[in-house]
Design a protein around this ligand. Structure first.
Ligand code: SF4
Length: 345
């Protein structure tokens, strides 16, 4: 079956022409899929019955379906377990902010990066998500909540740049005016730092916010926390970040998970300041959501505050991530790990 939801607008146009249909039929179909977000060909009422039948025979609309939902009683954050057509399960999170609704999506079922504090990598990578499956997480959440999504964060299960083509296509489609038209400036892509792919991303000329999962201010420590640090030094990552800022004019975010006794001392803060000097960036300090069997426990509140203060004194933009949904399974990958029913590995 043809995965019609993953087709870009020009691809869908060519496909419809190949079926002998006029170009405006592709406009109608694309709008049903990517603006009106219908889940059945029967709902596409301005297409002829005959065309709908043909599409049903040849194409699938399968994407992501909510199978479990946790709602925070504290702030309304919702965590969704989504099932894909082959039974794989991923997580997506819906968060409400003053500036609008954000959705954090997964880009892979599992992850092969092996970060030692992360639940999503337990069991490794099963497969990449298709473009349609990444899109459908946002669409499904709009359908379920009835609210418009204005910000998208690629920070769920998986390393987005390890599923490069589908992720870039996702960004183009969700930001395109024929789709939900979410500004690329409201899209954040978080990576553990696959350097060649950052340069590829620069060449795409997108204007998304790049977030680097840094978590350590020196290579020795980073290697202990993240196996990917064996492949790329912090120096290489920083060079790529400077190039990204230069080309896009966008400020970079550095994610820094605070792990007690590992990366949270004043000396680590000073090293981080030296590293980021002169770069248009922002540091997001994340109190660790400890995962059983994974590295470390959360830094003490006073240590996190002290770390932040040191960075701020050194003129580094810094915030402590506001904890949303702290009363639900907040660490990414935990909900999926508890619901392994559909997994093939
Ligand atoms: S933190 Fe991200 S890149 Fe690292 S293992 Fe988890 S999902 Fe993969």
């Amino acid at each position: 079956m043809i995965d019609i939801k993953s087709m870009t607008y020009p691809q869908l146009k060519a496909f419809m022409e190949g079926m002998g249909e006029k170009a405006f039929r592709a406009d109608q179909l694309y709008a049903w899929l990517h603006q009106k977000l219908v889940t059945s060909f029967d709902d596409m009422t301005n297409l002829s019955r005959e065309l709908r039948e043909q599409l049903k025979q040849r194409c699938t609309l399968a994407g992501a379906k909510v199978v479990q939902q946790q709602i925070s009683q504290l702030d309304g954050t919702r965590k969704f377990l989504m099932e894909l057509s082959d039974g794989q399960r991923v997580e997506s999170v819906w968060m409400q902010y003053k500036h609008g609704n954000s959705v954090c999506v997964s880009s892979q079922a599992g992850c092969r990066m092996g970060c030692r504090f992360c639940a999503s990598t337990v069991g490794g990578l099963v497969r990449n998500l298709t473009t349609g499956e990444i899109l459908d997480q946002v669409y499904e959440i709009q359908r379920v909540t009835g609210e418009r999504v204005s910000n998208v964060i690629l920070m769920g299960i998986g390393e987005p740049l390890d599923n490069y083509d589908n992720v870039v296509r996702f960004i183009r489609m969700i930001s395109g005016e024929e789709g939900l038209h979410i500004s690329q400036r409201n899209i954040t892509l978080s990576t553990c730092g696959l350097v060649e792919r950052i340069y590829d991303l620069i060449r795409e000329k997108l204007t998304v916010t790049l977030a680097i999962s840094l978590h350590a201010p020196n290579d020795a420590l980073r290697r202990r926390m993240m196996p990917v640090a064996e492949r790329y030094s912090i120096e290489e990552i920083m060079k790529a970040c400077h190039a990204y800022v230069e080309q896009t004019g966008r400020r970079i975010t550095f994610e820094y998970t605070m792990v007690e006794g590992q990366n949270d001392t004043p000396e680590h803060a000073r090293q981080l300041c030296r590293l980021l000097r002169g770069l248009n960036c922002h540091v997001n300090l994340i109190p660790l959501n400890a995962v059983e069997g994974r590295l470390g426990t959360r830094s003490k509140g006073a240590d996190i505050e002290g770390f932040k203060l040191l960075l701020a004194k050194n003129h580094t933009n810094v915030t402590i991530r506001r904890e949303l949904g702290s009363d639900i399974d907040a660490a990414c990958g935990q909900l999926r790990n508890q619901n392994k029913g559909g997994e093939t590995t």
